[in-house]
Write a protein that binds this ligand. Structure first.
Ligand SMILES: NC(=O)c1ccc[n+]([C@@H]2O[C@H](COP(=O)([O-])OP(=O)(O)OC[C@H]3O[C@@H](n4cnc5c(N)ncnc54)[C@H](OP(=O)(O)O)[C@@H]3O)[C@@H](O)[C@H]2O)c1
Length: 351
């Protein structure tokens, strides 16, 4: 009799490697863990890189992807304090989230305020924390500064547009034709990078260039981004979206780091940074919790409203990944878990 379901990456490759499996026994939380019944999990391009085996530090298949989850605490480990059964929480799991149940270290959890929609909360831990930290922890931007956001109609891009608006940034966003209207709705000036040269367009619109560029595309694209900067501007690289679309996967990673190293040495007063959410979280776990907690408060207060393109049931993870592979998602995707078919909490396994 199956107890719960999860989606597993059976081997690295195309979306077809994602398989729904039924597990016979619920996991039992360790002394410092809790058992979560997952309500919603974000499905993002980073999961695609993980599925393809292009992300550092992930387990060998088979394993479940799932970077950010919202769930209800169903069982507490023996040493866990300060959390309660039935409480809703969010966590950055990196992997494991595409599952109806999973165990998470208690110290990783941030409470979800009452009244907040679980699907919207599931968009915050990866995409919104990334966007917030790019603006406030890396580039330290101020109101009125001009910023160019690539992939502005995507997950991190839409979050950058919203958080940038709260700060009062002058925002320019590159996007394909289909996402131009969304970028405009979010208050930025859209640039159709498929129809025009974005560097030239930025120069026409701003005169001197922008104060910061957020580039999640990577590879040779960084050079174009660098050229769009004004004197003293900052280029912040944080992703490799070009890796799949260009078909030259490893080359994009190599080109990104080689170009960054070169541009850092260029003596023209511009600055170049690389951001990694897990890297910064490791250095400053307090920042991560503080930033996520504040974003949850903003969500509760209606200051931010994640753009969710679709809410799909967990078993449609393969469909979600096909859409992500095509770059066809305006905003974000959420996988919704119902927990149907799950049994009550397990008792402690005998040794
Ligand atoms: N460093 C970190 O900690 C961190 C955290 C989160 C995400 N990331 C990375 O950041 C990147 C963006 O993540 P995301 O979740 O926002 O992805 P996303 O939702 O897929 O959005 C990225 C957008 O970029 C555009 N795009 C894709 N390939 C492009 C190309 N070659 N040239 C120009 N535009 C392209 C696509 O929109 P169009 O239709 O407009 O082309 C796509 O919607 C990913 O590489 C992800 O892995 C890194």
């Amino acid at each position: 009799m199956p107890t719960y379901r999860r989606v597993v990456i059976t081997q690295h490759g195309s979306p077809e490697v994602l398989q729904l499996v039924e597990e016979a026994e619920l996991p039992y939380p360790g002394p410092d863990q809790v058992l979560l019944r997952v309500l919603a999990v974000g499905a993002a391009y980073t999961d695609v890189l993980i599925r393809e085996g292009m992300y550092p530090g992930i387990p060998k298949p088979p394993f479940s992807p799932g970077y950010e989850v919202v769930g209800i605490i169903e069982q507490l480990g023996e040493q866990v304090t300060g959390l309660a059964l039935g409480q809703r929480v969010v966590a950055l799991t990196v992997t494991g989230g595409y599952s109806e149940y999973l165990c998470v270290a208690a110290q990783e959890l941030v409470p979800v305020p009452d009244g907040v929609d679980a699907n919207e909360a599931a968009c915050l831990a990866l995409q919104y924390v990334t966007a917030y930290q790019l603006i406030h922890r890396v580039a330290h931007l101020r109101a009125g500064q001009r910023v160019l956001i690539h992939g502005a109609g995507g997950g991190v891009g839409t979050a950058l547009l919203e958080i940038g608006q709260i700060l009062g940034l002058d925002r320019y966003g590159t996007a394909s034709t289909a996402k131009q209207a969304l970028v405009q709705q979010l208050g930025a000036r859209p640039i159709d990078y498929q129809q025009e040269d974005f560097v030239q367009r930025v120069r026409e619109l701003t005169g001197k260039g922008v104060d910061a560029v957020f580039d999640g595309i990577g590879g040779g694209h960084l050079w174009q981004s660098y050229r769009a900067l004004a004197k003293g501007g900052q280029l912040v690289c944080y992703g490799f979206s070009a890796a799949l679309r260009s078909g030259q996967r490893q080359w994009v990673f190599l080109a990104t780091f080689a170009l960054m190293a070169l541009l850092k040495l260029w003596p023209d007063g511009k600055q170049v940074w690389f951001y990694s959410i897990t890297g910064l979280k490791q250095q400053h776990p307090d920042w991560f919790k503080q930033d996520l907690g504040m974003l949850l408060d903003w969500l509760a207060a209606g200051r931010i409203r994640p753009v969710i393109a679709q809410r799909l049931p967990l078993q449609e993870a393969m469909t979600a990944h096909r859409l992500l592979d095509q770059g066809a998602v305006p905003g974000q995707l959420v996988l919704v878990c119902t927990g149907e078919g799950a049994k009550p909490c397990p008792s402690k396994p005998s040794k």
